[in-house]
Design a protein around this ligand. Structure first.
Ligand code: NI
Length: 163
């Protein structure tokens, strides 16, 4: 496994649309393992492949307190949402920035696992926000595009909510 460099705002790749994964091979598994390592090292709750410079529809996330909620989402799609929440959000690609976004309170996602099997996930609270934030990355959308209120909190309060 290797730590990959996280792309930061200003790099045009963050605005590009990622392509679907077609081959569930060792190259993908290495990418996933590296993304997992990179996300945990950066204290993130989620990471999209584009954030390490790879334009493929791949997301890793872990919204748990104790690193037991690790998930891999390949070619994820939101299949249903309910309610709304307004919370402070940050992003590993926008260091030092945060702000309040409006997201669904509950999100259903279907995605493939690293072997290509389709799975269904449901998230509320932070996990729902994280699903939306990371899937946005795959379409070149940043949380700053969805602000309802610019950030006022100190970064260290939200450092672990970054994805
Ligand atoms: Ni992000």
């Amino acid at each position: 496994m290797a730590i990959r460099k996280i792309v930061e705002v200003g790099d045009p790749i963050l605005r590009k649309k990622s392509r679907p994964v077609e081959k569930f091979d060792e190259r993908l598994w290495t990418l996933l393992d590296d993304m997992r390592e990179t996300m945990y090292l950066a204290n993130g709750v989620g990471l999209a492949a584009v954030q390490v410079g790879v334009l493929r529809r791949v997301v890793v996330l872990d919204c748990s307190e104790d690193k037991t909620g690790y998930l891999e989402l390949i070619n994820p799609e939101i299949t249903g949402t309910e309610g709304e929440q307004c919370e402070t959000e940050g992003c590993l690609s926008l260091p030092g920035q945060n702000g309040v976004t409006k997201r669904p309170a509950e999100v259903k996602v279907k995605a493939q696992d690293r072997n290509g099997n389709w799975c269904v996930f449901k998230g509320t609270g932070l996990k729902a926000r994280c699903f939306c934030h990371e899937i946005d990355h795959l379409d070149g959308i940043l949380f700053t595009d969805r602000l309802v209120k610019p950030g006022i909190e100190e970064l260290n309060e939200t450092a672990e909510k970054n994805g």
